[in-house]
Structures are given as structure tokens and as C-alpha cells.
Design a binder for this molecule. Structure first.
Ligand code: GLA
Length: 406
């Protein structure tokens, strides 16, 4: 997927509208280091924001409307903010999936009684869609950043994350947790964010020197609206109910072990994953703080096994990728990342071996899966940002600098 150049986006805006844009906004995709399928169970997650993002260049308008062109989909959408306020989520019927995120965020912001100023914008992204890197949260949070800028709203990352999550749950129809929107809104470069999704608290954790986060894209894709994502969430809710708690993360590992016998399958395995994953995420955070990357890597591998065997959201392509990554020297550990069912794995690799690692794993995967893998070392970036459009040339470095190894 070609990297976005903000300067070229500005040119595209001028070509379409004959005027200069005022602002550039960016909201990143993410890779979750550990803590998978725990967010909607009130548990812990440890994501980072990556150097792949949704970008919007825009100009405010005063007629209460939004008009946006997507360069990725070669399509445009327009809507009145008044209609967005009055539409109910059940009338979400926009034939263009990406446009639904824009409308959903406009609707959700107005549910909080924010008075919105509309905008004209050009949108482009380089987060691969359906790959488990949160392209949807990136477009949602970029849209929120655009409205926050034109409407002079305070940027309160957690509140914005909740607003975008509501857009995705109620408008788009995916019952996701809060992780993706939170990291896209709040990330700090060079840091992972430990989020306690139950208490709505977070702590920054610096990424140790000398390690690289490598994304291993299997090339397989899924759509969360059709996948078993909502079903897994429901299974977790039923397991919690059987165990007499509101959310699975209320139970410690020891409490779960003493009570698990009452759970029929598959509820027992689902709950075991969530509760053990919470424990692993806290241990991994400690290991990262102590610079113990070997320990961190082992926890990644355990997380993968749990997602594969207990939560059953991995896939043959993801399992192969993880196996290939772990067989390479310099790799501390690997696992699938995101919702699963396809998409990407991640590996933690010694930085000085990362380029060679990426090439070797990609070649092996291609040979065995007969499918092209995209493997790249990612930079851990800031969350949502905004710049005056006149500075496009200066922000271009972030979009232009490619870390793709093959
Ligand atoms: C998707 C959802 C997140 C989270 C992950 C699994 O990315 O959007 O809220 O549940 O899956 O950890």
C-alpha cells in the first residue's frame, strides 16, 4: 500500500476544490503488543500507534455540511450535520462503508451536545483494511480530529475514544472495545500504552532500546461485521454471567481456577483466555519496564497459543507466520495481533537483526503459503495530530519515510 504524502493530499485538495485547505489531520493505526480480546471484558491491553495512518486535509465550511472525497475509494460523500444529528443509528445505510464512519462520528459527537462546524476534505490512508491494524479506528479518530479542529473542541483523548467507539458500535454495527480508538487518540511516540479498560486509566510504557516491532501481514483479510467477533464477545458475556460477575476481568487467575469447573465448553476456554491474557499483559508490562525482552517475547508466544487454542480466533496463515517468525534467530516472540481470523501477526525482534529477519520470514512464508507476505519494521508514533496545511512539506517526512523492508 503506497504511503500517504500529506503534500500530495494538499495538491489533490486544490485540484478538486480550487482553494487551499486549512488543516491536515492524521490518526494512526495500531498494533497491539499483548492483551487481545480483553478490552471489552474490562481488562488490560498494551497497544502502540504505528506509522500507518488515516489523513484528512480539510477546510471548514459554514453551511452545516460535510463533503469528503476518498482518494483510496475514488468516491465522494456529502451529508448535512443536521441530518446526521437526526438520523438514528438504525438508519445507517450508506452504501460507502468508509462514509459510514464519518457520519457515525458526526452523529456520536452530537450525541454529546457538541456544536459542530462542517468541513470539506480529502481523505487518504495507508493502514491496510481488514488486516487487524485498526484502519477503522484511524478513520474515526481522524474524523473526530477534523471536527475538533473546525469546531474548536477540546481534545480529550479518552472521551474522544468513547465517542468513536460508540460510532463503531451503534452506527457501523461492530461491538468493538475501546482499545483501538484510545491508542489512536492518545498515543505517544516511542511508548506503548497500558490501558485498564475497566477503570478507564492508562500508563505510558517506553519501548526498550534495541528492539523492533515487526508487523507480519499474512495477506489474508476479514470483515469484523461478518466474522465471529461479535459472537466471541457474546460468549464472554455469557461466561461472565455463569461465573456471577459483570465482566470476566473482575476475576483473578486464582479465582477463575477455583470456579472454572462450573463452566461448560466453549465458555471455559474463552474465559481462560481472557483471564490468563490479563495476567500476561501485566507481566509483559513489567518485563518491558525492566527491559527484559526475552520474558516479554515468551509472553507473546503464550498469548498466541491461548488465542489459537482457547479463544479460537487465529487462522492457519497466522499460525504459519508465527511459527516462521519464532524459528528465526533474533526473534524474542511472535503472535497474531488484533481481532484475528486473518490479517497480521507481530514479532519482537532485536533491532540490528530486524531487516534480515523481515526478508527471511517473508521469503519463507511466500514459499510455504504461496501467498505474498508484507513484512515491515514499524515506527512507534504519536496519536492523532493536527497541523496547518501550509506546513504540509514539513509533516511529509512522517508519511514518506518508508520502513517497508520488502
Ligand atoms: C478489534 C477491536 C478491539 C479489540 C480487538 C481484539 O481490534 O476493535 O476493540 O477487541 O479486536 O483485542
Amino acid at each position: 500500500m503506497p504511503r500517504v504524502s500529506p503534500a500530495k493530499l494538499v495538491d489533490a485538495f486544490v485540484a478538486s476544490f480550487g482553494q487551499k485547505p486549512t488543516w491536515i489531520v492524521r490518526a494512526p493505526g495500531r498494533v497491539n503488543l499483548i492483551g487481545e480480546h480483553t478490552d471489552y471484558n474490562g481488562g488490560f491491553v498494551l497497544p502502540v500507534a504505528i506509522d500507518r495512518a488515516a489523513w484528512i486535509v480539510l477546510r471548514p465550511r459554514s453551511d452545516g455540511r460535510v463533503w469528503a472525497e476518498s482518494l483510496d475509494f475514488h468516491a465522494a460523500t456529502g451529508f448535512s450535520l443536521k441530518i446526521a444529528r437526526e438520523l438514528t443509528p438504525s438508519t445507517r445505510s450508506h452504501p460507502l462503508a468508509w462514509a459510514r464512519y464519518l457520519e457515525g462520528v458526526a452523529w456520536s459527537l452530537q450525541q454529546e451536545a457538541f456544536a459542530l462546524t462542517g468541513w470539506t476534505g480529502v481523505i487518504r490512508g495507508d493502514v491496510p483494511i481488514g488486516a487487524g491494524l485498526s484502519s477503522s479506528a484511524a478513520i474515526e479518530v481522524a474524523t473526530a480530529r477534523a471536527f475538533a479542529t473546525t469546531s474548536v473542541l477540546p481534545w480529550q483523548p479518552v472521551r474522544i475514544a468513547q465517542i468513536c467507539q460508540r460510532a463503531e458500535n451503534a452506527w457501523v454495527g461492530v461491538n468493538c472495545g475501546i482499545m483501538d480508538q484510545w491508542i489512536a487518540a492518545a498515543a505517544r511516540a516511542g511508548h506503548a500504552l497500558l490501558i485498564d479498560c475497566g477503570r478507564l486509566q492508562s500508563h505510558e510504557v517506553p519501548i526498550p532500546r534495541g528492539v523492533a516491532v515487526v508487523i507480519l501481514d499474512t495477506g489474508t483479510r476479514r470483515d469484523l461485521r461478518d466474522s465471529s467477533y461479535n459472537q466471541r464477545r457474546q460468549e464472554c458475556e455469557e461466561a461472565a454471567c455463569l461465573l456471577g460477575v459483570k465482566m470476566l476481568s473482575e476475576l483473578s487467575w486464582e479465582e477463575f481456577q477455583s470456579r472454572q469447573a462450573i463452566l461448560p465448553e466453549p465458555y471455559r476456554r474463552r474465559a481462560r483466555h481472557v483471564i490468563s491474557e490479563n495476567k500476561r499483559t501485566l507481566e509483559a508490562t513489567q518485563a518491558m519496564r525492566a527491559g527484559n525482552v526475552e520474558r516479554f517475547g515468551r509472553l507473546l508466544s503464550e498469548s498466541h497459543q491461548s488465542l489459537r487454542d482457547d479463544f479460537e480466533v487465529s487462522s492457519p496463515a497466522l499460525n504459519l507466520m508465527v511459527e516462521l517468525a519464532e524459528s528465526e534467530s533474533g526473534c524474542f516472540g511472535a503472535r497474531m495481533t488484533g481481532a484475528g481470523f486473518g490479517g497480521c501477526a507481530l514479532a519482537l525482534v532485536a533491532a540490528d537483526r530486524a531487516a534480515e529477519f523481515a526478508e527471511r520470514v517473508a521469503a519463507q512464508y511466500q514459499k510455504q503459503a504461496r501467498c505474498e507476505a508484507k513484512v515491515y519494521v514499524c515506527r512507534v508514533t504519536d496519536g492523532a495530530q493536527v497541523w496547518p496545511a501550509a506546513e504540509a512539506e514539513n509533516v511529509a517526512c512522517l508519511g514518506d519515510e518508508s520502513h517497508t523492508c520488502i
